[in-house]
Design a protein around this ligand. Structure first.
Ligand SMILES: Cc1cc2nc3c(=O)[nH]c(=O)nc-3n(C[C@H](O)[C@H](O)[C@H](O)COP(=O)(O)OP(=O)(O)OC[C@H]3O[C@@H](n4cnc5c(N)ncnc54)[C@H](O)[C@@H]3O)c2cc1C
Length: 206
């Protein structure tokens, strides 16, 4: 963790946001389907793990020290050596990794276009037509037993970018970044990905 990010999220922790994220009730179908699938199966792909953490960190502004232990309890393959470094990277507090804020609607359209995965884990959206499965709130069907989006995606991402920029402008930030890099970042030369199909886990074209 880059010391400049201490105190960035902690004072703003919202218990109701944490509860909705933990229980797959954020109103964003793919986020909720992933969390409920995790409760049932104890495993999920790298990209969906990164998306769940990105959403909790940037959209809900939840501190990683609250969210990391919760997913650790759900991950069958919980490995502290991987888990915590990934959490700090995906929540943007290392100062040495690119900031990636996943768009939960685009991820949903890209990775579950017909909503098969969503409908399997969110039976309450079983009858929602395909064109609304990624944004059920657009149906404005008050009878839908599913919460509206807990935060507005665009507003939340804008706020997160502004806060991170503000904290990155603190005095000594660059020197501290050098120290984090010196201490922790990989010394290996990045292999340029082979032409053609980009390996999924290494690229973040979200
Ligand atoms: C927020 C977050 C938390 C994570 N927490 C964990 C965790 O607690 N335990 C864990 O094993 N992985 C963790 N990962 C890394 C990765 O998601 C899992 O290793 C992978 O999805 C496990 O599936 P698999 O066994 O099918 O992996 P495969 O893709 O088949 O890879 C085989 C093995 O390689 C290792 N591996 C794969 N990806 C990574 C990676 N990014 N970093 C380090 N080792 C990797 C794992 O041991 C994995 O079992 C996390 C990723 C994120 C984004």
């Amino acid at each position: 963790m880059h010391p400049a990010f201490e105190g960035m999220r902690e004072p703003y922790f919202k218990e109701e946001f944490f509860y909705a994220w933990q229980n797959g009730k954020t109103g964003y179908p793919l986020i909720d389907a992933c969390m409920r699938s995790l409760h049932q199966n104890g495993w999920i792909t790298f990209r969906m793990r990164a998306m769940l953490v990105s959403f909790a960190s940037y959209h809900l502004w939840l501190d990683w020290r609250k969210t990391a232990p919760f997913l650790a309890q759900l991950f069958t393959d919980y490995e502290p050596g991987i888990h915590y470094s990934q959490f700090q990277m995906q929540s943007g507090v290392t100062g040495i990794n690119a900031i990636r804020m996943y768009n939960p609607i685009k991820q949903s359209q890209d990775h579950d276009p017909q909503g098969k995965f969503i409908r399997r884990y969110l039976p309450e959206l079983g009858k929602v037509p395909d064109e609304f499965i990624h944004e059920p709130w657009l149906m404005q069907d008050s009878a839908l037993n599913y919460p509206p989006p807990i935060v507005d995606h665009t507003i939340a991402v804008k706020h997160a970018r502004a806060e991170i920029a503000k904290f990155s402008k603190q005095e000594g930030f660059i020197q501290q970044t050098k120290e984090v890099k010196e201490k922790l970042s990989s010394r290996r030369k990045k292999k340029s990905p082979k032409k053609g199909k980009k390996p999924d886990q290494l690229s973040f074209d979200i």
